[in-house]
Design a protein around this ligand. Structure first.
Ligand code: NAP
Length: 285
């Protein structure tokens, strides 16, 4: 049986983990690594993450049944436009970007008829980056959100679903706007808060005092290890939902500040109780 050809463009943490996971799970795909860096391609071939490799996008997408764009979110938009010149009807393009609406709109505007785009976002990752950080099995048991729109062909959604199921992920479909609003709350705001917290606390501490920090600060600091470009791009691509989420957060912080300033014990009790009840109801942790 001919194995379908998957082209993975951008072999970083996520692209590398897709390739590594297909191999480790024995999935029947032929994997072509496409990256701008020769050393990344050599690493992928040496470690058996890919069957073939190229630094040319035109060559990379040729004859691939499915093409996955796995670069930072703003470059995904540029690559969709560039790849549009090489893709032919019947091919399916997808991505892994953490924001969806601007990417889906760019794809709808750029792709020729017969080339389908299905937005994708695996909800899995680490704070590391680059192909050396690739994790086989990263997506097992994790959700992967797909964002088809009204005119996305069902066969294209099925093809992308087959890929994620082969990786052990559980596919969930959302429309792009809902995706961006939900992820502004569950991912982008928490990262924005973590970076703001580090920028608040760190300049006020010497190294001896910083050593007194407990596990709660360490957990927050850990998520600020991602490359700056990743979160710059997310802020630029998901501006409206993120601004809304930041405003909601600012209101809660103002509520807490007012309760502390007014030495209002009842308001403080209510503030912490509400969070505790929500946590137990939604996350059971
Ligand atoms: P990464 O480890 O930094 O890998 C990015 C890859 O894209 C690298 O191979 C990089 O090559 C290449 N690249 C960067 N800019 C490029 C450009 N302008 N043109 C072509 N190639 C470019 O990043 P990642 O964490 O895998 O993230 C990739 C995507 O996954 C992002 O869209 C992100 O939103 C999404 N995502 C990430 C996570 C996570 O936890 N990390 C989770 C879910 C989704 P160089 O080495 O040459 O820069």
């Amino acid at each position: 049986m001919n194995r379908p050809l998957l082209a993975v463009v951008g072999l970083g943490l996520i692209g590398g983990s897709i390739a590594a996971s297909l191999k480790s799970r024995g999935a029947p795909w032929r994997v072509r690594a496409v990256d701008r860096r020769r050393s990344t391609l050599d690493y992928a071939l040496r470690r058996g993450l890919a069957d073939e490799a190229t630094d040319s996008l035109a060559e990379g997408v040729r004859d691939a049944e499915l093409v996955v764009l796995a670069t930072p979110v703003r470059s995904i938009r540029d690559l969709v436009v560039e790849a549009a010149g090489w893709l032919v009807p019947g091919q399916v393009l997808t991505d892994v970007g953490s924001t969806k609406q601007t990417i889906v709109e760019a794809a709808r505007a750029a792709l020729p008829p017969g080339v389908a785009f299905v937005g994708g976002h695996p909800v899995a990752g680490t704070e590391h980056s680059g192909v050396e950080s690739a994790v086989p099995g990263l997506f097992e048991g994790r959700p992967c959100v797909l964002t088809p729109v009204a005119d996305t062909p069902t066969e294209a959604v099925a093809a992308v679903t087959r890929l994620w199921e082969a990786l052990g992920a559980e596919v969930v479909c959302l429309d792009p706007a809902t995706h961006d609003r939900v992820f502004a709350l569950v991912s982008h705001l928490p990262h924005a808060v973590a970076y703001s917290l580090v920028n608040t606390v760190a300049p006020r501490l010497g190294s001896r005092e910083a050593g007194l920090a407990g596990g709660s600060l360490a957990d927050v600091v850990r998520v600020t290890r991602s490359p700056a470009a990743v979160w710059r791009d997310v802020c630029m691509e998901n501006r409206e939902p993120l601004l809304w989420a930041v405003d909601q957060f600012a209101e809660r912080l103002a509520e807490l500040r007012a309760a502390i300033e007014g030495a209002d014990e009842a308001a403080l009790d209510d503030f912490f109780h509400r969070a505790s009840e929500s946590r137990a109801a939604l996350w059971r942790v």
